[in-house]
Design a protein around this ligand. Structure first.
Ligand code: SAM
Length: 286
């Protein structure tokens, strides 16, 4: 019997029983592997760290895409930084209001690899006429682009290796510059129980550059350790404050098929337990 053991933490590990290793390549940036498991379907790893499983990716992708889109109410342009598996694009493109979506991925090998070995994750999103794929470092792209976006989703690896720059103050500052008047940035901000410093540091680095900051939560089984924190930084306080009635009305008017997201889950996700709230002080109550 073969097991894969994730190497993210040095004091705690999760393992998957592997029924078949589909393929493994050393790309220019990182080692990319896909294997099959009995409980989670196909699993993508980069340098030994789980990125996506076909079993539970819907939770992560739905919450990072639909929460800001329904909160904003009129998202037409979106940029995904990272996200080379295509799952975030797939969820964003479910919204008919989206006119253009730019994917900025540092490693073209991830896109090619996922297109071939995890086609259900992108589900045609790479070939959607609204999609443009840019192979570049997200920090460089955001510093240089003249484009403006209603939504930026930072779908990055953890802050180790190439993903580290996507957690710096200068990157957040450039994201703020690239937003439209009521634009929103969301990102994966780690699992607070195990990666609490990420929550505190991101908060501090963003505070000078955005009118509204927050965190919301999702429980993703393979991002082990309890709730995952999803970061929220916006040019206006309006979208995060929208009422449940408004979010419900928007969802009714332009529904998307979803298995985790609902307007009620959307609003509830901003409630933070004290052990997470305490990482950012008390100034931030949603
Ligand atoms: N959902 C995943 C998670 O939280 O583990 C993230 C998935 S997605 C595959 C992460 C992507 O970010 C990878 O394909 C990686 O190549 C890309 N990435 C890492 N650093 C980057 C950077 N500086 N600029 C653009 N993309 C980057």
């Amino acid at each position: 019997m073969t097991w894969f053991q994730e190497t993210l933490y040095d004091h705690w590990r999760q393992s998957f029983r592997v029924t078949r290793e589909v393929t493994r390549v050393r790309g220019p940036m990182q080692e990319i592997a896909v294997f099959e498991t009995p409980g989670f379907g196909r699993v993508l790893t980069l340098d030994g760290v789980i990125q996506v499983t076909t079993g539970d990716e819907f939770i992560y992708h739905e919450m990072l895409a639909h929460v800001p889109i329904y909160a904003h109410g009129a998202v037409r342009s979106a940029c995904v930084v990272g996200g080379g598996d295509g799952g975030m694009l797939r969820e964003i493109l479910k919204h008919r209001s989206i006119e253009r979506a730019v994917l900025v991925e540092i490693d073209g090998a991830v896109v090619d690899f996922c297109r071939q070995h995890l086609p259900s994750v992108s589900a045609g999103a790479f070939d959607d006429p609204r999609t443009r794929i840019v192979i570049a470092d997200g920090i460089k792209y955001m510093a240089e682009t003249t484009e403006r976006f209603d939504l930026i989703v930072v779908d990055s690896t953890d802050p180790i290796g190439p993903g580290e720059v996507l957690f710096t103050e200068s990157f957040y500052q450039d994201c703020a510059r690239c937003l439209t008047a009521e634009g929103i940035v969301v990102n994966q901000n780690g699992v607070p129980f195990l990666q609490g410093a990420e929550v505190t540091d991101t908060w501090r680095r963003r505070r000078p550059h955005f009118a509204d900051l927050g965190y919301y939560l999702a429980a993703v089984p393979t991002y082990v350790g309890g709730f995952m924190a999803l970061g929220w930084a916006a040019a206006s306080p309006r979208p995060r404050a929208e009422s449940l009635e408004t979010i419900r009305a928007r969802f009714r008017a332009a529904p998307v098929p979803a298995r985790y997201y609902t307007p009620d889950v959307h609003k509830a996700a901003f409630a933070l337990p004290p052990y997470i709230q305490g990482l950012i002080g008390n100034e931030t109550e949603a």
